[in-house]
Design a binder for this molecule. Structure first.
Ligand code: NAD
Length: 481
């Protein structure tokens, strides 16, 4: 079932009512597999953003008064709605984000349902310090309260996934929410908030479409917004942090990654190759944790890179709507050309082992690519490529591997590949990133905290600490005299 023409009209959701943006420009949404227009929306203005915040602000007291159990039950209904309409959501994510249909149906959407159910349960069991007489003659206890209006600003690479990882913990903790989806990928989020209106009170969940520099900025600066949870690029994160700093208000910043993959000489190649191939090509490499920056022990370099190049080259590339496609298109012509520019401008000491080219035809495709011979200062090593392109550097010993792994501004994710558990754990301890896998890559779930170090941002999503981001602790001290 392909969800196709005519182009859909996307509205904002403000206070339970679907309304178009009141700006002048019409924004077109394209199918990255074909370049055809599949939807459009009218740009929103700053005033539209203020109305969305006002609706969320008005709904807050009523929502916060629900018991955690009552909020949890409504979230479980949202999970059932996504599960009951899973095929439609998979088609929508395929249509504007270019996600291969099999992967989004079998992997991403079940993960989204799982996250909704996780946060629904976790919100019933918030914790803090035990009440006691820490100051003699006085009993201390802690209230964990919602913050108020939370804004979720999402990127185009995981539109509904990112929206759910923000709205679910925020709502279950008693906050109301305004979502601002990425301009390129509003479809699945728009359908989600529309369906959510059958479950949630009006104003509890709102959505506004428009440019980051206009409505995103208006939301970040609004005095009634208590926290902004942002996932996106490092430059946008910097400007959001500057704007939020003026208030000041709380932020969770999930920014770019550039994950090092340390492959030691005792790697189990049969395990590593399919996992790393998937980690390079999943979502066309437009994944902040992608396994695209390989550091390989020089003694196994040739054997490893030849095997990986063969694995990448044998991947089925095609239209995201085709059930057999593994590598689909990049999100846009601009993003595809950006990746091509990085590859074309590789230094003379680098060599393309496989791929390296734009694929002609409609849609925004790029060949699965492996580039060897890179050095630490190269742009292809320092930049997050965000395409189906992996780079290889060699290392001589653990110290050299760790220096190269940590020698970039980002610190989101990493993996270590070895059969030696002692070496694996020594590497884990020394790696500066928020997630480290040993003999695996990109396996995540909502029970554990995700979030970057260094230039990859701060704050956590998921886990106990991710849920706590959406609450504030009030220490109450009662004189027993
Ligand atoms: P982007 O920064 O261009 O846009 C992300 C969102 O921010 C969009 O909704 C955009 O409209 C909005 N925005 C942009 N400028 C803004 C501003 N000044 N004020 C308020 N909102 C603004 O990012 P993108 O290109 O959509 O996404 C790709 C980036 O996201 C990559 O760098 C990737 O690594 C990162 N990402 C990080 C994680 C993580 O968990 N750390 C996960 C997914 C993606």
């Amino acid at each position: 079932m392909a969800v196709t023409t005519p182009p859909r009209e996307i509205n904002n959701l403000i206070g339970g009512v679907l309304v178009p943006g009141s700006g002048e420009a019409i924004r077109e949404v394209r199918d990255p597999s074909t370049g055809t227009v599949v939807a459009h929306f009218t740009e929103s203005t700053r005033e539209d953003a203020y109305q969305a915040v006002a609706a969320a602000h008005a709904a807050f007291a009523g929502w916060a008064a629900h018991s955690p159990g009552a909020r949890s039950r409504l979230l479980l209904q949202l999970a059932d709605l996504v599960e009951g309409n899973l095929e439609e959501f998979a088609q929508l994510e395929c249509l504007d984000a270019g996600k291969p249909i099999s992967a989004v149906r079998d992997d991403e959407l079940p993960g989204i349902v799982n996250a909704l159910r996780h946060f629904a349960g976790a919100g019933r069991a918030l914790s803090s310090m035990a009440a006691a007489e820490y100051n003699p003659g006085n009993t201390s206890f802690v209230r964990r309260e919602p913050l108020g209006v939370v804004v979720g600003i999402t990127p185009w690479n995981f539109p509904l996934w990112q929206a759910v990882w923000k709205l679910a913990p925020a709502l279950v903790a008693g906050n109301t929410v305004v979502l601002k989806p990425a301009e390129l990928t509003p479809l699945a989020t728009a359908r989600f908030v529309e369906l959510a209106q059958t479950v949630l009170p009006a104003g509890v969940l709102n959505m506004i479409n428009g440019q980051g520099s206009v409505v995103g900025d208006a939301l970040v600066r609004h005095p009634h917004v208590a926290l902004v949870s942002f996932t996106g690029s490092t430059p946008a994160g910097r400007s959001i942090a500057a704007a939020a700093g003026a208030a000041p208000k709380r932020l969770v910043l999930e920014l770019g990654g550039n994950a090092p993959v340390i492959v030691h000489d005792d790697v189990d190649l049969d395990t590593a190759l399919p996992i790393l191939t998937n980690g390079i090509l999943f979502n066309a490499g437009q994944e902040c944790m992608a396994s695209t920056r390989l550091l390989v022990a020089e003694t196994i370099h040739d054997r490893f890179t030849e095997a990986l190049a063969a694995s990448l080259a044998s991947t089925k590339v095609g239209n995201a709507h085709d059930e057999s496609t593994v590598l689909g298109p990049l999100i846009s012509e601009q993003q595809r050309n950006r990746v091509a520019h990085l590859v074309d401008n590789r230094p003379p000491h680098a060599r393309v082992l496989t791929g390296g080219n734009i694929i002609d035809g409609p849609g925004y495709f790029f060949e699965p690519t492996l580039i060897i011979g890179l050095r630490q200062g190269d742009e292809l090593v320092q930049e997050e490529i965000f395409g189906p392109v992996a780079t290889v550097q060699t290392f001589t010993d653990d110290a050299d591997a760790l220096r190269k792994a940590n020698g970039v501004e980002q610190g989101l994710a990493a993996s270590v590949w070895t059969r030696d558990i002692g070496r694996a754990l020594r590497n884990v301890n020394a790696i500066e990133s928020g997630v480290v896998w040993v003999n695996n890559h990109m396996v995540v779930g909502p029970e554990g905290p995700l979030g970057g170090f260094k230039g990859s941002g701060y704050g956590k999503e998921g886990g106990t600490s991710g849920l706590a981001e959406f609450t504030r602790e009030k220490h109450v001290i009662v004189n027993l005299g």
